[in-house]
Ligand binder design. Structure first.
Ligand SMILES: NC(=O)c1ccc[n+]([C@@H]2O[C@H](COP(=O)([O-])OP(=O)(O)OC[C@H]3O[C@@H](n4cnc5c(N)ncnc54)[C@H](OP(=O)(O)O)[C@@H]3O)[C@@H](O)[C@H]2O)c1
Length: 325
């Protein structure tokens, strides 16, 4: 597995997103033993970058990681996120990046993760009620205290990124980026390049759609988050199948699988871009991490660049309001 840097933080070229092991998707929480085997296999394959958040579960995903990392904590760069649970009264789902909330959140994450430091601590969504300068000043205190090593932002827009970075260096921004969600290319990635900040594409496989394995919304549990996502509904779903089929054709011609093509395309977009594909299965982590060795040709990249846009927004209306672009 190759390595790269997010600013001055060394990470494997491909990470592992652990959200779906406990939260959001069909089968979450149903087989923790296989999820833990998946994390261990990822480590064997050279993955050093693991991504979780306190809201995943809530809390259950951080606890699962702690179990998986017993005796292996030093092998990984552990990233978690705060700000989507208000511990000052609002509860889960309430944005809160106030200094008091961060202080509560970090203690909870450290305890659940069974560690004395978080390698990369992200604000999960920008909080319109707390100036970003106040949030980052508190994170800078946590860095000075040794509880946090690096700080990050998720789904922050260019202005917020600049303001945050002026208070304390931001190591990485994490936002959705994949063959079918490309908004960051226009305004966010140029700012990150200018400021020397790394980028972590989340949902790099389009929540599974770009793997070609999802052919009907009926495959999802009643509680699966994707049932509420416009791209997975009705006519949009049907139209997006044609997009997945185009990726399939490119993958077949290249002798690769769909997820490998989707990940290799992201790797080709920049040296300091580190995707975190999510899976809770050993065989899939093997397939996905093998994309590390894939180099697409300029012609293949051009074909992928020119895929038709996805049908439907990447989040529902309520969730879109939380995303800065
Ligand atoms: N910052 C944020 O707001 C935010 C938001 C969403 C996600 N994230 C992070 O990003 C990570 C990845 O995103 P994601 O999990 O939403 O989406 P993703 O990585 O685009 O796709 C995950 C889905 O694809 C399936 N899958 C993975 N590899 C596969 C393969 N080789 N063949 C077939 N299916 C495959 C998984 O199913 P199985 O698990 O059943 O294999 C899962 O349903 C998360 O785990 C989380 O850490 C962050």
């Amino acid at each position: 597995m190759k390595h790269t840097t997010l600013r001055d933080l060394d990470v494997s070229r491909i990470g592992l997103g652990t959200m779906g092991m406990s939260f959001g998707y069909t089968g979450a929480g149903s087989d923790d033993a296989e999820s833990i085997r998946t994390i261990h296999r990822a480590l064997e394959l050279g993955v050093t970058f693991l991504d979780t958040a306190e809201i995943y579960g809530p809390y259950a995903n951080e606890e699962l990681l702690s179990r998986a990392l017993k005796g292996r904590r030093d092998q990984v760069v552990l990233a978690t996120k705060f700000g989507m649970i208000s511990h000052t009264g609002g509860g889960p789902g309430q944005l809160d990046s106030s200094p008091a909330n961060i202080r509560s959140a970090v203690e909870g994450s450290l305890k659940r993760l069974g560690t004395d430091h978080i390698d990369l601590y992200y604000q999960h969504r920008v909080d319109p009620n707390t100036p970003i300068e106040d949030t980052v000043a508190t994170l800078a205190e946590l860095v000075a205290e040794g509880k946090v090593r690096h700080i990050g932002l998720s789904e922050a827009g260019p202005e917020t990124i600049r303001r945050a970075h002026a208070v304390h260096p931001v190591t990485a921004v994490q936002s959705e980026y994949s063959l079918w969600t490309r908004e960051v290319e226009e305004r966010v990635l140029p700012v990150l390049r200018e400021l020397g900040i790394g980028f972590v594409p989340y949902s790099p496989l389009g929540h599974g759609f770009l793997t070609g394995s999802i052919r009907s919304p009926e495959q999802f549990d009643a509680t699966d988050w994707r049932r509420t996502n416009p791209r997975f509904m009705g006519e949009n779903f049907r139209r997006n199948l044609a997009l997945a089929d185009e990726v399939r054709a490119i993958a077949a011609a290249a002798g690769l699988t769909l997820p490998q093509v989707a990940l290799a395309w992201l790797l080709a977009k920049g040296e300091h871009i580190v995707p975190i594909p999510g899976t809770k299965r050993v065989a899939r982590v093997e397939e996905n991490t093998a994309a590390d060795g894939v180099e697409l040709t300029a012609e293949q990249i051009a074909k992928l660049d020119n895929l038709p846009p996805a049908a439907g927004d990447d989040h529902n209306e309520e969730q879109m309001r939380l995303i800065e672009r």
